[in-house]
Design a protein around this ligand. Structure first.
Ligand SMILES: *[C@@H]1O[C@H](CO)[C@@H](O)[C@H](O)[C@H]1NC(C)=O
Ligand SMILES: *[C@@H]1O[C@H](CO)[C@@H](O)[C@H](O)[C@H]1NC(C)=O
Ligand SMILES: *[C@@H]1O[C@H](CO)[C@@H](O)[C@H](O)[C@H]1NC(C)=O
Length: 318
């Protein structure tokens, strides 16, 4: 064998064995909020050992752990709330420009009547922000509402049936549907008509822990527990069949073991890099772990422990 070539091979092998477990393989820029101290900070995760606190947001609360989205691959968009001394909440829309690292908008949200905390938001396009929030409408505990970015007015679009919920929700841009799981039923509100277009019972033996949407391939990804795989969570593709039933097709063979980790409902998808970036807490420890999946193969692309244990609302910019 050519000497140069064998040297090259040896080098590649060395790189594979020595470096890959420690480096960050994703190229997207990962941001989120750190709520580990009294004051919340907008933070960039540089790699497994380094992060950069960019903006101190003060004493604010983010209701959900996956409440943030990106607009135009430049703006980090989220909602948060504060409480005054009487405990009365005030709601805000926050837009941070990640290029200039500055706050572009910090707008008071208001409405004539009902209002509640947003558990999640989505940006169907740069002029449209919608989200799921607590509902004060009769017969409903959650609803889809829109936010006007100019005057901060919020308005209900549609409601889900009453029931207990666990923040399993996602907006699907190509379908204009906002999905939500309430008491073992899979629902979706159409954001144009406000109607409940989907209302399907989740099959027995399955529990959905998270859903996310792959906008490139117009498919739903679900993190589920299945009674046929009793020792952990699996990644699946969720489809609705012609018979109007839910089907889960496992993506790859990865199982996240119950005895080691706890799901934190903190995640984000980067469809260009085909990655689902998630944070889990490690059982019997105060550490968390980042687990990054490839959404097509289900393979774990990287995994690293972190001391950031109140880090959430991830968004990864291209
Ligand atoms: C993480 O990023 C910092 C700052 O850029 C760099 O100095 C350090 O070597 C990186 N560490 C790893 C493990 O890649
Ligand atoms: C956002 O606006 C509120 C109300 O004006 C203000 O109290 C708060 O300090 C602002 N937050 C930031 C981070 O500028
Ligand atoms: C937001 O409100 C402004 C008036 O303050 C109005 O001109 C605009 O059309 C509204 N935007 C949307 C998307 O409804």
């Amino acid at each position: 064998m050519d000497k140069k070539y064998s040297y090259f091979i040896i080098n590649i092998v060395l790189i594979l064995f020595s470096v890959i477990p420690f480096i960050t393989t994703f190229k997207c820029r990962l941001y989120g909020v750190d709520q580990s101290s009294l004051e919340t900070t907008f933070t960039e995760i540089i790699n497994s050992t380094s992060y950069d606190r960019i903006i101190n947001l003060g004493r604010v609360s983010f209701s959900g752990t996956a409440t943030s989205v990106k607009i135009d691959n430049q703006k980090y968009v989220s909602t948060y709330h504060t409480s005054n001394s009487l405990g009365v909440p005030h709601y805000f829309l926050l837009i941070i420009d990640i290029h200039t690292k500055s706050i572009k908008l910090n707008l008071t949200l208001n409405e004539k009547r009902d209002s509640g905390s947003f558990w999640q938001i989505a940006a169907p396009n740069s002029n449209e922000i919608v989200g799921i929030r607590e509902s004060f409408h009769a017969g409903s505990s959650l609803e889809v509402a829109k936010i006007n970015q100019t005057n901060g007015l919020m308005e209900t679009i549609g409601t889900y049936p009453y029931g207990s919920y666990s923040l399993v929700m996602v907006y699907a841009s190509k379908r204009r549907l906002y999905y939500n799981v309430i008491e073992s039923t899979f629902y979706a509100v159409n954001i144009d008509t406000g109607k409940l277009d989907i209302n399907i019972r989740i099959p027995n033996g399955y529990t959905i822990y998270a859903i996310d949407y792959d906008s490139v391939n117009d498919r739903l990804i679900a993190l589920v527990y299945s009674s046929s795989i009793t020792n952990g969570w699996i990644l699946t593709q969720l489809t609705i069949t012609a018979k109007n039933e839910i089907r889960f097709d496992p993506i790859g063979k990865t199982i996240i073991p119950f005895e080691k980790y706890l799901w934190t409902t903190t995640y984000t998808m980067n469809t260009n890099e085909r990655l689902w970036i998630t944070i889990w807490s490690i059982k019997d420890s105060n550490k968390n772990i980042f687990i990054v999946f490839n959404i097509d193969t289900g393979n774990i692309m990287e995994k690293w422990e972190t001391n950031l244990n109140h880090f959430s609302n991830l968004v990864c910019f291209d």
